[in-house]
Design a protein around this ligand. Structure first.
Ligand SMILES: O=P(O)(O)OC[C@H]1O[C@H](O)[C@H](O)[C@@H](O)[C@@H]1O
Length: 279
């Protein structure tokens, strides 16, 4: 049975999903933005800035911003595209087969068409149970010309201390170092963060693991060809107005992305990407 229950989160309407086993997630209608995921018997897995702004026109710092149809400033559109700063619609919320499921949709409208003349429909499906959350992003071309886009699920993973964390699974992957404007290949299996990092990796297909003392979080991607790894470091965080200066040690963005080669979807066709987090 579909039964959409909206809650208030920081003054914003949000969909709260609760699986029968007690694991929960909260998704803001603003931006279709996942702001919390608490798996069964564990603590919060996402970083959310305590000083972030909420509401019309702003983008929430933390959680999982949805980036579409342009990654960062790689094109003429506003940074990170059109949908993280706009209202979405909750279209389904249901408990089925032990899972809590929530679906949010964003359709192109007069406002987006005025900036980007391409009709589209985006659907995000969140599926939650036990120690796992699956997030599916579906892009449908509802226009009459081919739709080219870049996109990301810009996931801010919570860290106890990023300086003591490591990310595994990127061994041999080619990457673009966006801070240096250089291209390299990752040799070791383990990536440690010691300061600012902004890299776009070509994903090898193998799962990634964020490991900290007493904690292991696995990230699986399907359909997303790239992985962006971002942390602003101390100076970068100090320059962000919506994040406490010291909080860069509390997060690491590991983003399911399609950046290096845009995706093309033909009219009436659909592209689907999936990100699965388990711990
Ligand atoms: O500050 P934002 O617009 O949310 O962007 C935050 C970050 O997003 C991505 O990770 C990019 O690779 C970074 O270059 C950017 O700084």
């Amino acid at each position: 049975m579909s039964d959409i229950k909206l809650v208030d989160f920081q003054g914003q309407p949000a969909l709260r999903l609760r699986a029968p086993d007690g694991s929960t997630a909260i998704v803001l209608l603003h931006g279709g933005h996942l702001v919390s995921w608490v798996p069964l018997g564990q603590g919060e897995q996402l970083y959310l800035s305590p000083t972030t702004r909420y509401g019309a026109g702003s983008s929430v710092r933390g959680g999982m911003p949805v980036i579409f149809p342009q990654f960062n400033t790689r094109g003429p559109l506003p940074r990170h595209g059109l949908v993280r700063t706009r209202g979405w619609q909750a279209v389904e919320s249901v408990v089925r087969g032990g899972h809590a499921l929530g679906v949010l949709r964003f359709d192109s409208n007069a406002e987006t068409l005025a900036i980007w003349p391409q009709a589209f429909s985006l659907e995000l499906t969140f599926s939650l149970a036990g120690n796992t959350i699956e997030i599916e992003m579906a892009v449908t071309n509802t226009g009459e010309t081919p739709l080219d886009f870049t996109a990301a699920l810009h996931t801010y993973l919570r860290c106890n201390d990023v300086l003591k964390a490591q990310l595994e699974g990127l061994q041999t992957c080619a990457y673009e170092d966006c801070l240096k404007g250089e291209f390299h290949q990752q040799w070791g299996d383990v990536l440690s963060v010691i300061g600012p990092i902004d890299r776009i990796y070509r994903h090898s297909g193998q799962p990634l693991v964020l490991r900290e003392l007493g904690r292991k979080l696995e990230i699986k991607l399907d359909g997303f060809e790239d992985v962006v790894v971002w942390n602003p470091g101390a100076e970068g965080a100090a320059a962000l107005p919506d994040m406490p200066d010291a909080d860069w040690t509390q997060m690491l963005c590991v983003e399911a992305a399609c950046v290096r080669e845009p995706i093309t979807v033909m009219p009436d066709d659909e592209w689907v990407g999936l990100q699965t987090l388990s711990c």
